[in-house]
Design a protein around this ligand. Structure first.
Ligand code: SAT
Ligand code: MN
Length: 600
């Protein structure tokens, strides 16, 4: 048996690490204690082996650079499974495998996979250590890159083990890079065993097990049993001129600007009124009903794992400020001077560098097919501590998080969905979340303009049958005495020439202001067949030159478009068969009736 300095008296944890080490055969086991000293030692080790490269300590202090394998640059959804005893518990939204088969297949890849390597034991807390909101996990991994990322993304170390005590519950996460072979890669979730097994990958979403695997897939399963919500949502506070802070949680599918919205800087016209934004989180919200009967949210993470390309001082100055130190850059362009660059970064395009694949790079280079060669991978990332964000909330460690006034759903829609509308009831709001959709862009596979349904932005992350998930949302509404209002936004509506009609980015605060005003009953609404929309005069347009007619058109509800929308919604709902809650069908029927009852 491999010797290890045990850092705990938790017998189940000790037994499990021994069993997993007997399977994976590491040379050594190291418990991660969360100390600066240990982090520095591991960093030096990773630099020595080339797993990471140290960036210029003057210009980017404490920053590291890493490249993943070429075939390992994004989450592999087709190799991601929910392993429940019954297939119907995983639902039509998930790949499914029986637990027995999952363990057997993965065990085969794990066997001896850590030979010649160290197995790191990472005890981590999702959420403030000791908060009743939080969950503890332990990840075993053979990757220092994973350890260094987990140290940023989660709360790690001895304080977590102390909290776990000798009998506490924890999620068992096992990860090995193994051979980084896509044909021997599996990301398996065992919600009934509170366990995650990930093998054959070194990419963030597949291997930082606290993130999508625990905080969304496993947590959503727990949340259903324990009456709370684990959601793919940003959380932000909107401080109004009186000092009141209204908190909102917002779900958007990938590439719809969650990180940018969470770090928004007020546009001049509203800044002079005294608005400020407080960032709580950019990706995941855990929400519980507190003793006051309202919904409170924490961000279970302690870092950002953000997309680098397109991030600059214009699109997201707070993100740029956040990533100047103690940041891990993955798959971006490495410059000769020991700094980094990506398409859409600040400053001039560098004259040369090493691209994300490790090859020499110059601007304007093309491949054999004549395609432009990018310096950074489109899904290249930065990992940075929340605490470094200039707009970070001072309630990060608050055990109950922040009270949520509004929940916002959103998608990328060229047509159909207005700039903003409000649900008339919680049940109607759940229906709006359940019908969330986004259009594929020219850059994506599938027919352009084609709608992909992504309910609550949880399609890849719901750890159980989505029909039951809708039911859970409906149930949560009944448990609250003070229910958040629910809204839908669409920043991406286009005119007949295909140009965006709404400027987006910081100007989105104008819509958030209306949402907060609605939550505080400060403004009235216009009733429409799909829900409530604003009186145009209630959207403050100070400092923004947008023709009144454009604003009007952003709120147009066209019968033909909504009839087509209804048809597509029905097709999607039909995939859940009888499991779909009757309330969702009732909302569907009611919407259909209202739309059909309007004139063209
Ligand atoms: O790809 S990750 O899951 O690591 C990040 C994300 O999609 O939010
Ligand atoms: Mn995400």
């Amino acid at each position: 048996m491999v010797k290890q300095d045990l850092a705990t008296k938790h017998q189940e944890l000790i037994k499990w690490t021994r069993q997993m080490s007997a399977l994976c055969h590491p040379d050594k086991i190291v418990w991660i204690d969360g100390s600066e000293e240990q982090k520095q030692r591991l960093t030096r080790e990773a630099i020595a082996t080339g797993e990471v490269i140290e960036l210029d300590p003057e210009k980017l202090p404490g920053c590291l650079y890493h490249r993943t394998a070429l075939n390992d640059v994004a989450r592999t959804e087709h190799l991601t499974y929910i392993c429940t005893k019954k297939q119907k518990d995983a639902g039509p939204n998930n790949n499914w495998m029986p637990p027995k088969e999952g363990y057997a297949k993965a065990r085969h890849y794990f066997r001896g996979a850590m030979k010649g390597r160290t197995m790191y034991v990472i005890p981590f807390s999702m959420g403030p250590v000791g908060s009743p909101f939080s969950k503890i996990g332990v990840e075993l991994t053979d990757s220092i890159y994973v350890v260094l990322n987990m140290l940023i993304m989660t709360r790690v170390g001895s304080t977590v083990l102390e909290k776990l005590g000798t009998r506490g519950d924890f999620t068992k996460g096992l990860h090995s890079k193994a051979d980084l072979d896509v044909n021997k890669r599996l990301i398996l979730h065992f919600p009934e065993d509170n366990a995650i097994w990930s093998v054959g990958s070194g990419y963030g979403g597949n291997v930082l097990l606290g993130k999508k695997c625990l905080a969304l897939r496993i947590a959503s399963f727990m949340a259903k049993e324990e009456n709370w919500l684990a959601e793919h949502m940003l959380i932000m506070g909107v401080e109004d001129p009186s000092g009141y802070i209204g908190y909102v949680a917002a779900a958007f599918p990938s590439a719809c600007g969650k990180t940018n919205l969470a770090m928004l800087i007020p546009p001049e016209g509203l800044k002079i009124k005294g608005y400020r934004i407080w960032t709580v989180g950019d990706d995941i919200a855990w929400m519980r009903i507190d003793t006051d009967g309202s919904l409170w949210a924490v961000n279970p993470e302690s870092g950002f794992f953000g997309v680098a390309p397109g991030t600059n001082s214009k699109t997201n100055a707070n993100a740029v400020a956040t990533i100047q130190k103690n940041t891990i850059y993955t798959n971006v362009l490495l410059k000769k001077d020991g700094t980094v660059w990506w398409e859409g970064a600040d400053g001039p395009v560098p004259s040369e560098g090493t691209d994300w694949t490790g090859k020499p790079w110059k601007p304007g280079m093309v491949d054999e097919s004549g395609n432009h060669i990018r310096g950074a991978h489109p899904n290249s990332r930065f990992t940075a501590p929340l605490s470094q964000c200039p707009s970070i909330t001072n309630r990060l460690e608050h055990h109950h998080g922040v009270p949520i006034s509004a929940i916002i759903f959103g998608g990328r829609r060229a047509t159909t969905a207005p700039l903003v509308y409000e649900a008339t009831t919680w049940q109607h709001g759940v229906f709006i979340g359940a019908t969330m959709a986004s259009e594929r862009t020219a850059a994506q596979y599938g027919k352009q303009g084609q709608i992909r349904r992504d309910p609550m932005a949880m399609l890849p992350f719901c750890g159980y049958n989505m029909a039951d998930y809708f039911d859970h949302w409906l149930h949560m509404g009944k448990l609250m005495t003070r229910v958040p209002k629910i809204f839908h936004v669409n920043w991406f509506r286009t005119d007949e020439k295909g140009n965006f009609m709404w400027p987006g980015f910081s100007e989105n605060l104008r819509v958030l202001e209306w949402i907060i005003n609605r939550c505080r009953s400060k403004v009235d609404v216009v009733r429409t067949p799909i829900g409530y929309i604003p009186h145009l005069d209630d959207i403050d347009m100070t400092g923004l030159k947008l023709p009144k007619d454009t604003l009007k058109r952003l709120f147009e509800i066209k019968k033909q478009e909504w009839l087509a929308e209804l048809e597509d919604q029905k097709k999607f709902f039909d995939t859940f068969g009888k499991a779909l809650p009757k309330e969702i069908w009732a909302e569907y029927k009611a919407l259909e009736k209202r739309i059909k009852g309007t004139c063209e």
